[in-house]
Write a protein that binds this ligand. Structure first.
Ligand code: ADP
Ligand code: MG
Length: 192
């Protein structure tokens, strides 16, 4: 199924000069870049993107608590408190320095891009993934330093999340309709 997903190359990617490197990885999969721009996110965009949504906040917190538990560390915050704290740090971070936002389109785009990204914590992300290859940060280091995990890239987690997020960053006429030259091959029918 052809899907669209939102990617943000976060301030650490822009500051480290890894924008081209990461976009190249995405393009090489044959997924198509259909929108792209550099933005200084506003407080409103940051607040909408990292929504004050209980379910998401708890899921963010739970990932951190589980990772700490594996290391034998017991955190004093609840999952919700941890998620709320991370949200504040993310909103500050993404408004402090420019990011590059993109819409990526193609077969299974949402899951494929998430696989390219690798796990949330670069320390635990598989080598070969973007976060695994270009970063070493961890929940513990980030939390001790009172900043978000620097994992270079945001990618929508589900098709619904992608639809909601794309609207925050792009108007309809900023998303382009065109054909890549390799599409005839990629989406070829058996008889042709
Ligand atoms: P993902 O980006 O893999 O979808 P989440 O949606 O769970 O991850 O979290 C959003 C972002 O919040 C992460 O990409 C990361 O930058 C940051 N983050 C998550 N947990 C923590 C934490 N415990 N401490 C600092 N930053 C965190
Ligand atoms: Mg997420």
């Amino acid at each position: 199924m052809i899907e669209r997903t939102l990617v943000i190359l976060k301030p650490d990617t822009v500051q480290r000069g890894l924008v081209g490197e990461i976009i190249q990885r995405i393009e090489k999969t044959t997924l198509k870049v259909v929108a792209m721009k550099m933005v200084y996110a506003s407080k409103e965009q940051a607040g909408e993107h990292y929504a004050d949504d209980q379910e998401w906040l708890i899921s963010v917190g739970e990932k951190t608590l589980k990772s700490a538990e594996k290391k034998g560390i017991k955190l004093s915050r609840t999952a919700l408190e941890q998620g709320q704290w991370v949200r504040q740090m993310l909103m500050n971070y993404i408004t402090m320095s420019p990011s590059v936002v993109l819409v990526i389109e193609g077969h299974s785009a949402v899951a494929k891009i998430r696989m390219l990204c690798g796990g949330t914590s670069p320390q635990e992300a598989t080598p070969g993934t973007i976060r695994g290859d270009y970063a070493v940060d961890s929940y513990m280091l980030a939390d001790a330093s009172e900043r978000p995990v620097q994992n270079l890239i945001h990618a929508s987690g589900t098709i619904e999340e992608a639809k909601r997020e794309i609207k925050i960053w792009f108007t309809d006429n900023e998303i382009h309709v065109f054909k890549r030259v390799d599409e005839d091959l990629i989406y070829r029918k058996g008889s042709s």
